[in-house]
Design a protein around this ligand. Structure first.
Ligand SMILES: C[C@@](CO)(OP(=O)(O)O)[C@H](O)COP(=O)(O)OP(=O)(O)OC[C@H]1O[C@@H](n2ccc(N)nc2=O)[C@H](O)[C@@H]1O
Ligand SMILES: Nc1ncnc2c1ncn2[C@@H]1O[C@H](COP(=O)(O)OP(=O)(O)O)[C@@H](O)[C@H]1O
Length: 293
């Protein structure tokens, strides 16, 4: 039997770092939402017990450093599964971009193997397993729009933003999440997210309120270390995008735009300046996903 499953990227609408914890991780408070930029995971059962992995991207590891591979290892070990699996990752989400591509592949693998091997786990149980693989995996298991607290594992679902375009610009380099957290200093933060304001804007479907509430304290690290990322953000703002923010630890910068012609203007403004530009829709039960051609 085969299982194919979509692994969508996320963006952060807000990201606040509250403090550093005794376990070395940072206590976070963020709002995340899934977008229609997705990898595809194909799982094929193998009689022999091993895990094999292939990917369309040369940028991801093919061994147990790959989060999808580690998800399969975790499931096999925890539930004493003797069968093996071939994992094929059709990679569309840029790697080390702040878009949780690896975490989403891991979440999709957990969900797919739950189906393939009929384990009967619910989403909460899969999310609990997911946090052993990475802080963003529980959110990727649940998807939609949610507040994520703790390391990212305490999730509270929220209504999705109203339909809009998400324009993403990804510079050629990636960033290391661990290095960004390592360089983070509270005293350098100029603007902090207002969680209640973002919750109220989402509840009211208030697109402009959502744009005004976009805020990510990790910009204080990544925009300083990578001036090109700052430039990209300024360029998007200059070309009329109402809300512009860096996602996660970066370096991807996104803007939210309501109208298609305005979205095209922002995409065109980035031509010749940034090679990896995507225009996609927000996901979250709002009808069929759509793309700008
Ligand atoms: C910053 C965020 C926001 O969504 O996303 P990305 O930029 O990676 O997409 C996430 O919290 C990232 O989650 P994820 O990429 O799963 O991180 P992990 O593998 O768990 O951790 C990588 C490293 O980041 C640091 N880390 C991560 C999460 C956290 N709450 N505190 C931390 O200090 C730790 O040094 C850890 O070793
Ligand atoms: N399936 C995967 N897809 C992408 N990256 C992966 C995967 N498995 C492991 N990685 C590693 O995880 C790191 C973070 O990648 P990714 O999840 O794409 O970014 P981010 O954490 O910034 O959202 C990269 O160094 C990459 O080598």
């Amino acid at each position: 039997m085969d299982v194919s499953i979509k692994a969508p990227a996320k963006i952060n609408l807000t990201l606040d770092v509250l403090h550093k914890r005794d376990d070395g991780y940072h206590e976070l408070e963020m709002v995340m939402t899934t977008i229609d930029l997705a990898d595809r995971i194909d799982l094929t059962e193998k009689a022999a017990g091993g895990i094999q992995l292939e990917s369309s991207s040369g940028f991801v590891p093919f061994d147990d450093r790959n989060l999808a591979y580690r998800a399969a290892q975790l499931i096999k070990g925890r539930f004493n599964i003797n069968k093996g699996v071939h994992i094929k990752i059709d990679k569309k989400i840029p790697v080390a971009a702040g878009l949780a591509g690896g975490s989403s592949d891991a979440a999709a693998t957990l969900k797919g193997l739950n189906q393939l091997w009929q384990l009967g786990l619910n989403l909460e149980e899969l999310a609990e397993l997911g946090v052993e693989l990475g802080s963003d995996v529980p959110f990727c298991v649940l998807g939609g729009t949610a507040i994520a607290q703790g390391r990212g594992e305490r999730l509270t679902p929220l209504p999705p933003p109203p339909p809009c375009w998400v324009i993403l610009a990804k510079p050629p380099h990636g960033v290391s999440t661990a290095e960004v957290f390592g360089a983070f200093r509270q005293e350098k933060v100029e603007k902090r997210p207002q969680l209640e304001q973002m919750e109220a804007a989402l509840a009211a479907g208030d697109f402009h309120g959502i744009c005004q509430g976009l805020s990510n304290v990790l910009e204080s690290v990544t925009l300083d270390q990578y001036p090109k990322v700052r430039l990209m953000k300024e360029k998007m703002q200059r070309f009329g995008a109402p809300g512009v923010l860096m996602s996660g630890s970066g370096p991807t910068v996104f803007s939210l735009v309501e109208q298609e012609n305005a979205a095209r203007r922002v995409v065109n403004s980035l031509r010749g300046f940034c090679r990896q530009v995507y225009a996609v829709r927000i996901l979250g039960g709002l009808g069929e996903p759509n793309r700008l051609e």
